[in-house]
Design a protein around this ligand. Sequence first.
Ligand code: 5AD
Ligand code: SF4
Ligand code: FES
Length: 351
Amino acid sequence: MTDTRNIPALINKAETTHDLTKAEIVTLLTDTHYQAELFAAADRVRQKYVGDEVHLRGLIEFSNICKQNCLYCGLRRDNKQVRRYRLEPDVIIDFAVKAQSYGYRTVVLQSGEDECFDVDKMVYIIKKIKDLDMAITLSVGEKSREVYRQYREAGADRYLLRIETTDKELYERLDPGMSWDNRVRCLNDLKELGYELGTGCMVGIPGQTIESLADDVLFFKKIDADMIGIGPFIPNPDTPLAGESGGTFELSTKVMAMTRLLLPDINIPATTAMESLNPQGRVLALQRGANVVMPNVTEGEYRQMYLLYPGKICINDTPAHCRSCITGKIQSIGRRVSETHGYRARRAQQS
Ligand code: 5AD
Ligand code: SF4
Ligand code: FES
């Protein structure tokens, strides 16, 4: 049992100083008596630092082909149950044009680690989309610094690469053949090249501890991330982790709320995986520290084929439907959809 007497004081410390020790973070993540107070504090910090606007990012899942073999992921190369696809560059650009017509100011280009998309192809796609005056977020995995440099020079603004877990040993067990140090090298290169840096973690992966989740939050702070995406691990029946138990919605949102308290002015999405576990997941996340949503703008049958985990939402919906659905949800809680590009609004951190 944790001693709950000091919990309100700790929440207050987090809200006013944005600074906690690892032991304090562990105490707050372990506590179950004052969760509502923790969420309310994260919501106030969100309101104070990034306001009531919610930034929408249109997500294009342009290839589900991946050379990696992460044990948790449905797109891993050994999963033969997946019908694989890759979109032609001009189809991707067309999806971006459509996303813009729905009012999105940012597209997120996401794929598995698909070698077919070499620098020439990516630079072509990035330049064409930049001509639309949209912000571009890339989420295409580990590359060399030189490749990141060329994407950046072509106009990419942001990059998402989750650290997944800061427990190096656990990471290398779950992502066979990958190196945790190289992942950190990627994040440092991206930061130095001037990208807005997005990273994040999964909550509830087998072997993960509360201490390790506290390290994750401290890592986000240390690397000065601009965006943090956090979602529950959801076991996929077509992967080696099929029989494991997944992460919970509550703990995922607690880690997210903690991230808002310690990194008050960053962008934090209400993630798809959260809504896959709880039908109100994104709206609740927006009330527990999040200020971004990434609706899917991939068209047609491809959505069903980009199955990282089972129960993924919106796989039978159209971009137009998702756009009006999410706007309704945002407005239902008294928030509004931003019309800006939604870059990180750095604020001086005062109490
Ligand atoms: N459950 C939840 N999230 C997953 N991801 C991959 N597989 C799963 C899963 N089974 C997440 C990883 C990856 C992101 C694109 O999706 O964190 O970085
Ligand atoms: Fe590939 Fe990313 Fe899935 Fe790993 S998590 S198998 S790198 S798509
Ligand atoms: Fe896709 Fe609601 S956002 S159906």
